[in-house]
Design a protein around this ligand. Sequence first.
Ligand SMILES: Cc1cc2nc3c(=O)[nH]c(=O)nc-3n(C[C@H](O)[C@H](O)[C@H](O)COP(=O)(O)OP(=O)(O)OC[C@H]3O[C@@H](n4cnc5c(N)ncnc54)[C@H](O)[C@@H]3O)c2cc1C
Length: 701
Amino acid sequence: MPTTSSFISAFHRSLLIEHPWCAEKKKQKMVQPLNKNIQEGDNPDLTSERLTSTFNTNDMAAQIWGSEKRARRRREISAKIAQMPELHDSKPLPFMTREEKIMESARKLTILTEKMGQIIDPTDPAELYHLNNEVLGLEGNPMALHGVMFIPALSAQASDEQQAKWLPRALRREIIGTYAQTELGHGTNLQNLETTATYDLATQEFVLHTPQITALKWWPGNLGKSSNYAVVVAHMIIKGKNYGPHPFMVQLRDEKTHEPLPGITIGDIGPKMAYNIVDNGFLGFNKYRIPRTNLLMRHTKVEADGTYIKPPHAKINYSAMVHVRAYMLTGQAIMLASALNIATRYSSVRRQGQIDKSQPEVKVLEYQTQQHRLFPSIARAYAFQFAGAETVKLYEHVLKEMKSGNVSLMADLHALTSGLKSVVTYQTGEGIEQARMACGGHGYSMASYISEIYGVAIGGCTYEGENMVMLLQLARYLVKSAALVKSGQSSQLGPLVAYLGAKSEPTSLIDRIPNAGFTEYVKTFQHVAKRQTLKAAEMFFGLMEKGEKREIAWNKCSVELNRASRLHTRLFIVEAFVRRVNEIADIRIKEALTDLLHLHVNYELLDIASYALEDGFLSASQLDYIRDQVYLYLGKIRPNAVSLLDSWEFSDIELRSVLGRRDGNVYENLFKWAKSSPLNKTDVLPSVTQYLKPMMEKARL
Ligand SMILES: Cc1cc2nc3c(=O)[nH]c(=O)nc-3n(C[C@H](O)[C@H](O)[C@H](O)COP(=O)(O)OP(=O)(O)OC[C@H]3O[C@@H](n4cnc5c(N)ncnc54)[C@H](O)[C@@H]3O)c2cc1C
């Protein structure tokens, strides 16, 4: 007979044995973590960060990548790549020589050429970009310029007939091409490029020539060793008249042997700060002949008799530059977010020191200084991504307008992208370097991979237009706009500079109007950008009125002008962020991004506060308020910090960082990584046997 107590315990046990249907129901009811990156075996310090997420990371990914479908496709592509070991690095890139890296990259590239269709939709540039980032990585590849510059240059500048001849071959990868513009002596000042293409009427050929060392093409990516064709920019001379720089399609190497063709001197320019899988090259021509029909003739034409036909309007040439610069913003945002992802994950598993001496060592992410180092850059990464997406949309709109004959907007967009390219690349570099330092000693190790990200990202400060020069281009547009304001023609201002003609309040109302959203912040950014633009323009006009030559006056004002350009650009970035947050319907995502936006506007305003203090637009007490807001939002973002970066959904394959591993198991993997160093293959290095050992032995005698 069962006793009462044994009956009760049997009853209790029966409660624990669930019907399978009940178990399933319970599972469904169990709250799933909002961060979708948690797996068994992860470092608990990282898991605890993920458990505090206030939003679903998949939903945030949809915001970052533009749609739920895009984000899902990225995940699917990453999952496929994870299953294809032939597409993984055969060993960590930092342990390879440059030659090995180039070989490894070419190996993967050929597999990709075969299998691309199984992994992505090759006609979708976003999928292609993601595939490249994962498999080939940011150090470049032997065809990096082929897709980014060569094919776009042919698409934009070759005539239909020329495209029919070259584009299919380029797309099938029968030929590899690049874009060769910069020379040893000149990059920025295109008018003084020295390579010439002189038309020979008798043979109907252009004769390419680099008359001296400074005329050598220098820097073009993949020019040195990989490409067999290039779009080469050279001064076109017909019957003694120089028509300025024009693009020509040029075969550089024999298609069968890949040997340079006679009349061509070509090679690699040597190792660089980073991006070393790309063979940036030099190129010289010795009276090298190409057919007349190799001048890219979509816009400009040269007839057989040497008659030159001008492009219908100069602004057409802007469009390719605007296109590349608009897309660069996303690339920079990705690099910034990658470095921050590494640093923030690592900061969650790195314990060092105590805040409260009675408590255990804290995660370094607890330190306010660490948060201040990382979180404003997280906000910038999002801001750049949103500004980039908006710019690409604007570009597509302007392109449509151009096709129907309205070219006026292209100048506005060209000015904007010049500023964005400059501000974004600079601040990205700043943010990545802070991320590296935030990782302490291990940040300096190539195991973090942050130094490579930094090296690649800051290349963007120079290529596609040197940053200072880009800001000055924007300044030209701002000065023209200021002249309109000065002459009472504000109604003619373009939409991106309309604020220059608007009336502004005497002082900022930040902290004065409760629940004003971001309006007062935007007004403050507008005020400082407007004031600096009008001030710099006035300085320029004033010097000219005093009789200074235009160019001299311009140079004397250029620091002030560039300040105006930066402020104008930073205003656009803030506005784009505000517009994006206002559009969001998902309440959790909106809340998290609103916090980030609060941090952004306050941090950025503090950074440029001197402009607003100068004329008393902001008061000292408002500055204190802004500072307090920064600290408040550092704290609010803290529980979401890891999730805000997890949401970019970079795989471990793509990040290539031991410190930034998804699972947070850093220490054991750092040790494994170090042990795999080629130096550790042997206990005694030849350098010791040959030099150090004899030296020590000699000293001991
Ligand atoms: C990683 C990388 C990849 C590249 N890839 C390519 C490629 O594929 N194809 C290609 O053709 N080129 C390429 N380049 C070259 C690049 O486009 C040029 O280096 C760039 O345009 C800057 O020109 P520069 O080197 O002549 O600099 P410079 O013009 O000599 O700049 C030196 C300094 O002078 C200042 N300066 C110059 N002009 C002015 C001015 N008018 N007003 C005020 N300041 C001025 C600049 O601000 C800068 O501080 C690449 C460069 C890098 C770093």
